[in-house]
Design a protein around this ligand. Structure first.
Ligand code: CTP
Length: 397
């Protein structure tokens, strides 16, 4: 679900952190509109906010008057996040003051309001500020932070802006659907490495982005998520239990340990083979000679093992294929779904310009009866469609 999110930024040193916040929200596939106060623009530039949000930025109520922008922004928002909120902005919001675009937008909106304050400890603890916080809470606003820690100028205490990842997670949880609350999800992501010797391995190009995107989508639906990450090249989401693995054998152990989860997703690119009798010592050119060969041994098929076990949960596999013809791609997928015994198979085309490492992807989701969903776009938006298909399957099975 793409949300229209208004990010209000007020004028404190932590305003620069709004850049990461906006980036994270955009990466999650949301439509983000930054509304800085005029003093925020002394800390962070408009071009930065426009580039990251991919939307025009204005802080003036008198811009785009014909569109009644001050009302439109607020009315159309699904969620408003004010980060950082200075003591002054808290005071204004608590009293419904509307002398700038942020103030008017908040007043014109009935969307959930999430506030992440940042200021010096004394200002935060002042009864006037605390009164404003209480009043805003009474009006329905949710606060994230502030955290305690080092503040600008070297002081230590409460007043640091909460971590942008946490702000995103807590804010999205408020508007996110609850369709997977109480559901446990185990997802493998990344690509396995098979050791040749202590310094070398056989690996693949999977970054883990798709599995991580699925983990974020499952978290946003209220699920408890375990992410089994094989050599991830992207950050796992805060809020997931992360088990880091390297080889297929380690991935298998971790997945079998989580096999009882309500939903099990094998998004990792698993090496079909390992090195037979890998070496504990570094292999030397001297002894290998000019044309060395590496003997491989077959790895167990983890997905098939999970799917063929006696179970009542939902097991989902992935199939990365280079086949460019759509019908042939689907035929490959259907054969693989049957061979593995999974409930759903997400078929995606990989190649030089699609799939591994790319932000954009296109997938088709199959069950035993055929195509149940298809999507193309950013991995985050595609992950949303996949998660819908999985949740739907779980509900109806
Ligand atoms: N998979 C697995 N264990 C393996 C190989 C693959 O669990 N040893 C899982 C992957 O995580 C994925 C699905 O099986 O969910 C399909 O992987 P893929 O590599 O496309 O299938 P393979 O069976 O390896 O078939 P091939 O490589 O011949 O296409």
């Amino acid at each position: 679900m793409t949300l229209r999110i208004l990010v209000g930024i007020s004028g404190g040193i932590a305003a620069y952190k709004a850049a990461s916040l906006i980036r994270l929200l955009v990466q999650e596939g949301h439509d983000v509109h930054a509304v800085p106060t005029t003093s925020a623009l002394r800390f962070i530039g408009k071009p930065t906010l426009e580039a990251l949000s991919r939307n025009p930025v204005t802080s003036d109520v008198f811009d785009d008057v014909a569109e009644v922008r001050h009302v439109a922004l607020g009315q159309r928002a699904d969620l408003i996040i004010v980060a950082p909120a200075t003591a002054n902005t808290l005071a204004k919001l608590a009293n419904g003051q509307a002398d700038d675009l942020l103030g008017t937008s908040v007043l014109a909106s009935s969307a959930p309001l999430v506030i992440a304050p940042a200021m010096h400890t004394e200002m935060w603890q002042h009864p006037a500020t605390q009164d404003n916080v209480a009043k805003l809470t009474e009006h329905g606003a949710r606060f994230v932070g502030p955290d305690a820690g080092e503040l600008t100028g070297g002081d230590v205490g409460a007043g640091r802006l909460a971590d942008p990842e946490r702000i995103v997670r807590e804010a999205l949880a408020i508007v996110g659907d609850d369709s997977l609350r109480g559901t446990s999800v185990v997802i493998s992501a990344g690509g396995t490495h098979e050791s040749i010797d202590p310094v070398r391995f056989i690996g693949n190009r999977s970054s883990g982005a798709m599995g991580v995107a699925l983990a974020k989508r499952a978290l946003a639906r209220g699920a408890s998520v375990t992410l089994v990450g094989a050599n991830l090249q992207v950050h796992p989401p805060a809020g997931a239990d992360v088990v880091s693995v390297e080889s297929t054998a380690e991935l298998r152990d971790a997945m079998l340990a989580g096999a009882n989860a309500d939903i099990v997703i094998m998004a990792a690119a698993v090496s079909d083979y390992r090195v037979a009798g890998g070496s504990d010592a570094k292999l030397k050119k001297e002894t290998l000679g000019a044309n060395p060969t590496i003997e491989l041994a077959e790895n167990p098929d983890i997905l098939a093992e999970l799917a063929r076990a006696e179970r009542s949960n939902t097991v989902v596999g992935f199939a990365a294929e280079t086949e460019s013809e759509q019908d042939a791609l689907i035929a490959l997928g259907r054969a693989k779904l049957e061979r593995k015994g999974a409930d759903l198979l997400v078929v995606n085309r990989v190649g030089t310009e699609a799939g591994f490492g790319e932000r954009e992807t296109s997938v088709t989701v199959l069950d035993a009866n055929g195509i149940v969903a298809a999507a193309a776009g950013t991995k985050m938006s595609v992950a949303d469609v996949i998660m819908d298909a999985i949740a739907q399957h779980k509900e109806t099975s």
